[in-house]
Design a protein around this ligand. Structure first.
Ligand code: AP5
Length: 187
């Protein structure tokens, strides 16, 4: 079984949904930078105050803030880990490799959950009606997709060049996406 996994994919591709299920099934620690940042915003911390307006626009929080936030969590866990929403830039991917290398370990596999822009828009507008997340408006979703293409998609090549990339079709129902992910995780 894989020990350290990165889940990649556009906003709304199902990273959070699937990471929670994989964590439950296999005992991984699930680390979601989006969830961590929303907790900081709700707590009104310094980091939360810096992140709030950036997240509301669908832009990325600066790499140094994200890397130091995730470093603390990684140092605190000895379990297998699923990273959801991190890394999101090449600089973050390189920082992750460096911090794991210092600890004598490495990412085993990055799994891209592939979903089209149109499906993303439908899913997130659907979620907006239920959860009211402030970044689930048509304009901000559209910007999040642009930011994903410009700043996060290059990491797909980063992991592909390292022979660590797998892809699953994220446009199936949740159980079938989960079945495909389980097959990758089982190795
Ligand atoms: P983050 O919370 O990571 O948002 P995101 O990547 O845009 O991802 P989402 O949570 O919207 O989607 P998801 O892929 O997890 O899908 P989900 O399972 O929820 O980040 C938010 C913000 O924080 C960023 O914009 C940025 O500002 C900042 N940030 C976070 N990390 C950062 C970093 N590393 N660097 C810099 N800034 C960072 O599913 C979505 C919906 O679809 C749900 O309603 C779900 O029920 C539904 N769904 C899921 N799977 C399926 C399926 N197979 N079929 C039908 N519906 C489905």
């Amino acid at each position: 079984m894989l020990d350290k996994i990165v889940l990649l994919g556009p906003p709304g591709s199902g990273k959070g949904t699937q990471a929670k299920r994989l964590a439950k099934e296999f005992g991984y620690t699930h680390l979601s930078t989006g969830d961590m940042l929303r907790e900081e915003v709700n707590a009104g911390s310094d980091l939360g105050m810096k992140a709030k307006s950036i997240m509301e626009k669908g832009e990325l929080v600066p790499d140094d803030l994200i890397v130091s936030m995730i470093r603390k969590r990684l140092e605190a866990t000895s379990d297998g880990v699923i990273l959801d929403g991190f890394p999101r830039t090449t600089a973050q991917a390189e920082a992750l490799d460096a911090m794991l290398s210092d600890a004598g370990t490495a990412i085993d596999r990055a799994i891209l959950v592939d979903v089209s822009d149109n499906e993303v828009m439908q899913r997130l507008l659907g979620r907006a009606k239920i959860e009211g997340r402030s970044d689930d408006t048509p304009e901000v979703i559209s910007n999040r997709l642009d930011v994903y293409k410009q700043q996060t998609e290059p990491i797909v090549n980063y992991y592909s060049n390292a022979n660590k990339l797998s892809r699953v079709n994220g446009e199936q129902d949740i159980d079938n996406v989960f079945a495909d992910l389980k097959a990758v995780v089982a190795g």
